[in-house]
Design a protein around this ligand. Structure first.
Ligand code: SAH
Length: 262
């Protein structure tokens, strides 16, 4: 795509999906769909919803019914974000290993930069327990909506609305009064796409195997090694070419270990 074509941008909102992980209340699914449509988004993915399809969800979706009809239902977050080059998880709390944080406006800027050439996932957690550590560690960034420190946990659909609102607002600022998402150049006009969630997961599996193979990593005494490495690589974001290089290095290390054993 030429720079001029990218500047003209057009609609890339189909590259953005909202992922709800194990929502327990169908009303929240419907209200999230409505919030998405209000803010110009259309791709809803549900990971193991407790109750879906549901009349309650339909009622709360109002005129956003088609989002529910087209919603994709999947078994795991990994599947939901497998083809995404940017994954952002919404979380009300700081975790034991702090992750790169964004506020909703910063989150919107990141997405506008990435969405021309990458699929982007905005991930929201369960009503009762949010996203677990493993899920949060699949994200490049966490977005936190500033709120009363004594009660910072918003209703799920309200959180979806606020994050999508900032995205809508930022896209409007970029496109003037035009009612479209017009994206700016992808991160500094990068020459490669970002590696997708699926490829990054395969890389971490490969890396862990090699680290065990060279006796650096003891799975019985992991000391948060893999979480720390995930955070390290997540902070950079790896592009497709870099991923090929990293996988090649790991394969050669494995080969060298095997050659020495024989
Ligand atoms: N009790 C849960 C919060 C669940 S609220 C917890 O403590 O983690 C359901 C989901 O809404 C969360 O998983 C998160 O994705 C989103 N959410 C709620 N409040 C938020 C906030 N202040 N910032 C970012 N996301 C929030």
């Amino acid at each position: 795509m030429s720079v001029a074509e990218r500047r003209q941008g057009g609609l890339h909102k189909e590259n953005i999906r909202v992922v709800l992980v194990q929502p327990s209340h169908p009303g929240n699914i419907g209200a999230s769909a409505r919030a998405m449509k209000n803010m110009g988004l259309s791709q809803l993915v549900l990971v193991k919803p407790a109750d879906f399809p549901s009349g309650v969800a339909v009622g709360r979706a109002a005129s956003a019914l088609e989002l529910l009809e087209r919603a994709q239902v999947v078994d795991s977050l990994e599947t939901a974000v497998a083809d995404c080059g940017l994954i952002i998880g919404a979380s009300a709390r700081r975790r034991s290993i702090p992750w790169p944080m964004l506020d909703p406006a910063g989150c919107a800027r990141k997405i506008l930069q990435a969405m021309v050439e990458n699929k982007v996932a905005l991930v929201f957690g369960r009503e009762d327990s949010g996203l677990n550590n493993e899920e949060l560690q699949q994200c490049h960034f966490h977005v936190q909506i500033p709120a009363n420190p004594d009660y910072s946990s918003l209703n799920l659909a309200a959180a979806v609305l606020l994050v999508c609102y900032e995205l809508y607002k930022a896209s409007q600022a970029e496109s003037g009064s035009d009612n479209h998402y017009v994206a700016e150049l992808p991160d500094g006009d990068w020459d490669q796409k970002w590696s997708t969630g699926e490829k990054v997961e395969l890389f971490y599996e490969h890396l862990e195997r090699v680290l065990i193979g060279v006796d650096f990593h003891d799975p019985d005494n992991p000391r948060q090694l893999m979480q720390r490495l995930r955070r390290l690589f997540g902070r950079i974001r790896i592009d497709e070419m870099e991923m090929n290089i990293l996988r090649g290095i790991l394969s050669n290390i494995e080969k060298a270990i095997n050659d020495r054993r024989h």
